[in-house]
Write a protein that binds this ligand. Structure first.
Ligand SMILES: Nc1ncnc2c1ncn2[C@@H]1O[C@H](COP(=O)(O)OP(=O)(O)OP(=O)(O)O)[C@@H](O)[C@H]1O
Length: 205
């Protein structure tokens, strides 16, 4: 399996942000996306995840191959930690939430209502969902926000395990996660030179 991105152009709010962006990833590889604030990292990830269309170019992988973790954790606050994971697991026909609880140190919190978790605990639960999606490409937007150093290490270990099992990851992060198979892409070099674009780019927010 391979992710091939060719001559991609992306826009936000009718303004072109990036153009001419190409890269590829093979099974077992990760791409770390860097760039200054407002340079288009989130917009690129949204296009990869199928949340909005590209304005130019192609992405080889269909959105249903992608597990996307945005800035927001997207949790069901009335459900417990375990119920949140079971909800996502059922949706993806995954039967065992045990490895996800274990990987993100959530076993002791599994009966706690998600709305009553701390910010870092919520983030751990949001990331644990990745492990119950069984999707090959993880697209992650600043996944380590609110995580302490131990949780960052656990997250990096989960990504490494995903890569070892043939998965891929595209991660916007300012941290060095120490991934063995991680390349860095700085989106600043792909800043659009013709920024105004009249087309509708928002499938939904
Ligand atoms: N909802 C929105 N509507 C219109 N424009 C937006 C919206 N969100 C972001 N933008 C603009 O799109 C451009 C790219 O933003 P984007 O969020 O992709 O950058 P980023 O590199 O992820 O930034 P950061 O590092 O601050 O998270 C910026 O100029 C930003 O102001």
């Amino acid at each position: 399996m391979e992710l091939v991105v060719s001559e991609l152009g992306v826009a936000r709010g009718g303004v072109r942000v990036l153009e001419g962006l190409s890269f590829w990833l093979s099974a077992g590889q990760a791409l770390i996306v860097r760039g200054p604030n407002g340079s288009g990292k989130t917009t690129l990830l949204r296009v990869l995840a199928g949340l909005q269309p590209a304005v130019a170019g192609t992405v080889s992988m269909a959105p249903d191959c992608v597990a996307y973790a945005a800035h927001a954790d997207g949790l069901k606050v009335q459900l417990s930690v375990a119920e949140n994971l079971m909800f996502w697991a059922r949706l993806h026909a995954v039967h065992d939430i045990g490895p996800a609880l274990e990987a993100f140190d959530l076993i002791d919190l599994q009966d706690r209502r998600a709305g009553a978790l701390s910010a870092g605990q919520k983030r751990r639960l949001g990331l644990a969902r990745l492990l119950v999606t069984a999707r090959p490409l993880w697209v992650l937007d600043e996944p380590t926000v609110s995580l302490d150093s131990l949780a960052v290490a656990r997250f990096a270990a989960a990504v490494e395990a995903h890569l070892r099992s043939g998965g891929m990851a595209v991660i916007a992060t300012h941290l060095d996660l120490g991934l063995s198979a991680g390349r860095v892409l700085d989106v600043a070099q792909f800043r659009a030179t013709r920024p105004v674009d009249g087309s509708l780019d928002e499938a939904f927010l």
